[in-house]
Design a protein around this ligand. Structure first.
Ligand SMILES: *[C@@H]1O[C@H](CO)[C@@H](O)[C@H](O)[C@H]1NC(C)=O
Ligand SMILES: *[C@@H]1O[C@H](CO)[C@@H](O)[C@H](O)[C@H]1NC(C)=O
Ligand SMILES: *[C@@H]1O[C@H](CO)[C@@H](O)[C@H](O)[C@H]1NC(C)=O
Ligand SMILES: *[C@@H]1O[C@H](CO)[C@@H](O)[C@H](O)[C@H]1NC(C)=O
Ligand SMILES: *[C@@H]1O[C@H](CO)[C@@H](O)[C@H](O)[C@H]1NC(C)=O
Ligand SMILES: *[C@@H]1O[C@H](CO)[C@@H](O)[C@H](O)[C@H]1NC(C)=O
Ligand SMILES: *[C@@H]1O[C@H](CO)[C@@H](O)[C@H](O)[C@H]1NC(C)=O
Ligand SMILES: *[C@@H]1O[C@H](CO)[C@@H](O)[C@H](O)[C@H]1NC(C)=O
Length: 488
């Protein structure tokens, strides 16, 4: 660009001036461009190490761009620029490669595609938009004719809610690992865990509207929630008077900074404000670690004040991964009919959110409670209260239990012992063998007591072999005897 005026030495002063002015104007337009127009295209650049900015808001606090997830993957996100904290993400379940083949374009809809992994995301705007803007609230909008909002990121929150963003009853916040979600009910907000392959969701935290200033009126429509600049999470039904307020630490303390609410990968819901260089914790829904949905992982035991151990106390907890049970996959249920299990029993344990569990029944004894779980293929465990007689059934793979001093609370937990072809086949052969032996035994028993008496040791040995499949500390008490019941 600079070469041209040098070459055309004969160019008049006026032309040069005009050129200069237009260059300056062009540069200004580039620097302050706060919209993407139809035809916009961008691909990740290999020279960028963390975040490639594509569109800023007017204050340069927020930016739409490619955020590197790791060496190979990226996410299309709106980030808070000073912290590079993602506030919104296009499609949390798709993986886009950091490659120049991956492309973001705007053709009326905002579209992200990676031909290699066939990942695709589109805003799916039904009408054609004219431009994309990023507001100073971090809301990304697709507009038509300057005014009409065709699509906005605020309608599709991911794990984070920002100040002044409305959260309606048809939305959900989902933690970045996909395990936990937040939704609104008729007159409450609640957190749910997806412990069972997405089939059932276990509620683990519930906050009902206090209705101090306004009441939830049936038939007046669903409630919504909003994170208010004044430092609280409000729930509303109609009008501006909240039906509930959950105050942050900064409640009513005018701090002129940016607030966010995020559903964390550990299942907690936390509020933060930005203090120039750091995010400061301002609110948390769950304050006791042991009340989190699974603070010590599967088959873990959380003791208030003393941290994690394992339900099976022979196992050392691996503090890195909290792995109390390794090997077989502990997921799904036992209803396919081919899964063997053994059991862990432990006194002094409590379900962390038993008051939110649907399936509590009365049992007259701990044995009855255990049996009702043992014979129920969708049941993973049971906790019996020897004082009240309540029997709580767990219908998802066992997570962390809470350790309590009260020995009258007795837990029974299934552990999957075999899954998949090889082991299943071996178990199958064993069961078949046992069946044949049992039949032989019966026939021979019919034929004569003496012959039967000689063969008696055979089925016994089979039972013992089978018992080896259940390496639990309580195999003699529990699963082995249950298993022999099953075989007959
Ligand atoms: C957005 O702002 C950041 C920080 O000021 C800057 O580095 C980046 O280039 C800007 N992005 C765009 C698209 O203007
Ligand atoms: C990058 O992250 C994705 C998902 O976030 C994961 O599937 C992939 O294995 C990771 N790749 C590397 C090299 O860590
Ligand atoms: C924009 O591109 C996507 C993906 O190629 C396509 O499905 C969609 O129809 C296009 N929209 C318009 C308005 O051309
Ligand atoms: C954000 O934009 C709105 C209008 O677009 C304006 O009233 C408000 O002052 C802006 N806020 C900040 C922090 O710049
Ligand atoms: C979600 O609910 C809001 C009101 O609560 C409504 O305006 C909006 O249309 C709903 N969106 C969808 C996709 O149902
Ligand atoms: C393991 O737990 C059992 C039953 O709760 C208890 O009797 C035993 O003493 C415990 N062993 C250790 C090493 O803590
Ligand atoms: C089986 O257990 C589940 C919980 O795991 C419970 O909801 C269901 O009612 C139980 N079924 C029977 C027949 O007890
Ligand atoms: C349960 O309670 C009964 C009577 O209160 C008592 O006899 C029994 O030992 C208790 N069982 C356990 C396992 O604590």
């Amino acid at each position: 660009m600079e070469k041209k005026p040098v070459n055309s030495a004969t160019r008049s002063l006026a032309t040069q001036l005009l050129f200069l002015i237009s260059s300056i104007l062009y540069a200004c337009a580039l620097a302050t461009s706060q919209e993407l127009l139809t035809g916009f295209k961008a691909s990740p650049s290999s020279s960028v190490s963390s975040f490639q900015s594509l569109l800023n808001d007017s204050t340069s606090t927020f930016s739409l761009g490619f955020l590197r997830a790791n060496q190979t993957q990226l996410a299309l996100t709106v980030v808070h620029l000073p912290s590079l904290q993602p506030l919104w993400q296009a499609n949390p379940t798709s993986s886009f490669r950091w490659s120049d083949k991956t492309q973001l374009f705007f053709n009326g809809s905002l579209v992200m595609s990676d031909p290699h992994t066939r990942s695709f995301w589109s805003s799916g705007t039904s009408q054609q938009g004219d431009k994309v803007v990023l507001l100073n609230s971090s809301n990304l909008q697709i507009l038509q004719q300057q005014q009409q909002v065709l699509w906005q990121s605020f309608d599709f929150p991911t794990s984070t809610l920002v100040e002044n963003q409305s959260f309606t009853s048809n939305m959900s916040l989902v933690s970045s690992n996909g395990l936990y979600s937040m939704r609104l009910g008729v007159d409450f907000m609640a957190l749910y865990a997806n412990f069972k392959d997405g089939k059932t969701q276990q509620m683990y935290w519930k906050h009902k509207a206090l209705e101090a200033k306004a009441e939830v009126v049936q038939g007046q429509g669903p409630i919504h929630a909003r994170l208010e600049s004044d430092g609280f999470l409000g729930m509303y039904q109609t009008g501006k008077t909240p039906v509930d307020i959950q105050p942050f630490n900064s409640f009513h303390r005018p701090i002129d900074t940016f607030l966010v609410l995020r559903l964390e990968p550990d299942g907690n819901l936390k509020g933060y404000y930005w203090a120039q260089t750091d995010w400061v914790l301002d609110y948390q829904a769950i304050t006791e670690t042991c009340e989190l949905p699974s603070p010590c992982g599967s088959y873990g035991l959380c003791r208030p004040g003393s941290g994690c151990s394992c339900l099976d106390n022979r196992t050392q907890v691996d503090t890195g991964s909290f792995q109390c049970i390794d090997g077989d996959d502990q997921s799904g249920d036992f209803c396919s009919g081919s899964d063997d299990f053994w059991a862990i029993r432990r006194k002094g344990v409590e379900l962390p959110f038993k008051e939110l569990m649907g399936s509590d029944t009365k049992s007259s004894s701990v044995e009855e409670c255990e049996l009702s779980c043992h014979g129920n293929c969708s049941c993973w465990g049971a906790v019996y209260n020897n004082v009240t007689g309540f029997c709580y059934l767990v219908d998802y793979p066992i997570q962390t239990l809470v350790g309590v001093g009260d020995e009258s609370k007795i837990g029974y937990f299934k552990v999957r012992a075999t899954r998949g072809g090889h082991k299943k086949m071996k178990a199958g052969i064993r069961v078949l063998g046992a069946g044949i032996l049992a039949l032989t035994g019966a026939v021979l028993g019919y034929a004569g007591y003496k012959i039967w008496n000689r063969r008696r040791t055979w089925p016994k040995r089979v039972l013992e072999e089978n018992a080896e499949v259940s390496p639990g500390p309580y195999k003699n008490l529990g699963s082995a005897s249950f298993k022999s019941i099953e075989m007959i």
